[in-house]
Design a protein around this ligand. Sequence first.
Ligand code: CTP
Length: 407
Amino acid sequence: MYNHSRMSILSGKHILLGVTGSIAVYKAADLASKLTQAGAKVDVILTSAGEKFVTPLTFQSVTGRRAFTDKDLWGDEAHVLHVSLGKTADLLVIAPCTADTMAKLAHGIADNLLTVTALAATCPMLIAPAMDGGMFDHPATQENLKTLQTRGVLVAGPASGHLASGLKGVGRMLEPMELLGHIRIALGKKEKLAGKKVIVTAGGTQEAIDPVRVITNHSSGRQGYALAQAALDAGADVTLITTPTALTPPVGAEVVNVKSVQDMLDALLKEKGDALIMAAAAADFRPKSAAKDKLKKRDGIPQIQLEAAPDILKTVAGSGSGKRRFKVMVGFAAESRDLLENASEKLKSKGLDFIAANDISATDAGFAVETNRLTLLFADGTQETLPLMNKSEAAEKIIEHIARLLE
Ligand code: CTP
């Protein structure tokens, strides 16, 4: 998953985190901490079995807010607490969610503060099951899972791997970073690109010289991955067409792995959607032919003849048989001089709705750094100069403009 510090989708959100009795509670404390750091208001409800593994103090310490337990169900505020908690929340997350709690949720049993709250809640619910493999595979659990999914409950995981019993199987709760990805998708369902399809390309293409060597460039893929995450946060269905990078794709993106300009073009010609963002650094030249076998030193210094690689944006723009394959098309222009003149020429020649001009001569912008300094040039002649910002922030700005153009 793409891991970056900025998670504005979580800022100011009210998350209700239910914690039930599983050893995976240690991951829940980390999740509560990450949500809080991202600016969410996190109210934790522990079941009595959850309290056997961890105390409310653990969660209070990371959220800075009181954590609730079953004692609160019978306290002074009891008659309203379960209703108020579930009404004001943007999302109810139960992580870890045991087989027992899943069974209660599926059957409407409300015998503790968490399950009463879940029954009264009007917000969406996401559960992260955690249990032994045999318990997860049991027909009763599987039936309960189906019932909950049919009712619209979102289910994250479980993953397969080492279980507390010492066995291997499906039952491990997802890691906190992955859960964060699922929470972002759940919150994105109400955002401005919900129901829209966005295709993002990322990374530097690789053009084979022989089976071992390639011609490539310095693109890290960071801006493209940040764009994919920002589009997911905005609720879009995202396809990320990517060359090999050191990054993990964001949770929820459909990933298509490619290497060359030709692969990327072929992958794009299979797609249709509301927006295309060409953040990839695609090659302009490629070896005319790749050697079938490794070029050997003993054969002397090879002469590599280059030819023009297809221009992906131009090809895609002209491939819709009258109708555009993508309603909004966005390109990038990485320039080391005459930034705006060159970008403006590309905006027109590639038939784009807007282009993000990137001054790569600056040391704080462009390849392999965390920040970018972009100027957006629009087809209607307007411009917006963005200050130096994190690539995630720049991605959010670009996504906002796409949403505006799609309105
Ligand atoms: N692009 C493309 N196909 C290529 C090369 C680039 O679609 N074969 C896209 C890039 O993804 C980017 C935009 O075109 O969104 C501009 O890329 P850039 O490399 O800045 O421009 P080029 O058209 O390649 O022109 P030049 O290299 O001469 O500046």
